[in-house]
Design a protein around this ligand. Structure first.
Ligand code: HEC
Ligand code: HEC
Length: 163
């Protein structure tokens, strides 16, 4: 006799629950659970961390790797960035940088996905804060074990050591 459909459903659900129970401690051990929530149960709302002052030192920061979008070294509070106006381009556009002394957006910002170089900023680079973010001098919300490639090269005895 075939087992009834509801019985099969119950079995599937039970198996899934069991699998989840096994996975959660494993995910936690591997650090896959969102650490920003801390020990707050999923059904409860966690306490939002304090908002810190944005750093506004006007000093360009080191990039952690060559293709990192540089972080914004100045405040952007109140800058309009929508389909009508791009405040960032008011300073960072090629034709504006003599006056503003901002760094002009690089060539990649003019390229579409087929690598055609357009006359103006590419639509996929229009919303600057998708990739560029201001910073605050505060404790990181989650641990980070990132190591700069230069450190790795030094460790393994320079470029020759890197296989
Ligand atoms: C009033 C002019 C002005 C506006 C508006 C402006 N910037 Fe800037 N930006 C600068 C200047 C000048 C620098 C050079 C460092 C400094 O003086 O802060 C800079 C630096 C940067 C850098 C660092 C580049 C690097 O190589 O490290 C980024 C990224 C950046 N701005 C992004 C933005 C974004 C995104 C916006 C819009 C939300 C914006 N900026 C709006 C003037 C401006
Ligand atoms: C899709 C992600 C993305 C968007 C959107 C984007 N950028 Fe960038 N930006 C990057 C990356 C990656 C780099 C570093 C490598 C490069 O130049 O492409 C960069 C570099 C820069 C630099 C440094 C250029 C240099 O020559 O050192 C400035 C300034 C900058 N972006 C400003 C902007 C502004 C202003 C906007 C909005 C109009 C913007 N970016 C939108 C990813 C982005």
């Amino acid at each position: 006799m075939m087992p009834s459909r509801s019985w099969v459903t119950a079995l599937v659900i039970a198996t899934m629950l069991w699998a989840t129970m096994l996975c959660v401690p494993l995910a936690r051990a591997q650090g896959l659970v969102d650490a920003m929530r801390g020990p707050t149960p999923v059904a409860n709302e966690s306490k939002a961390p304090l908002l810190y002052q944005t750093e506004n030192k006007d000093i360009r920061r080191t990039r952690n790797y060559t293709m990192q979008p540089p972080t914004i070294p100045h405040k952007i509070d109140g800058y309009q960035l929508d389909k009508d106006f791009n405040r960032c381009m008011f300073c960072h556009a090629r034709t504006r940088t003599e006056e503003t002394q901002a760094i002009p957006i690089s060539i990649t910002h003019y390229m579409d996905r087929d690598n055609n170089v357009l006359a103006d900023v590419s639509p996929r680079r229009y919303f600057c804060t998708q990739c560029h973010v201001p910073q605050a001098d505060t404790k990181p919300l989650v641990n980070n074990t990132f190591v700069d490639v230069d450190t790795i090269l030094k460790r393994s005895g320079g470029a020759k050591g890197a296989k």
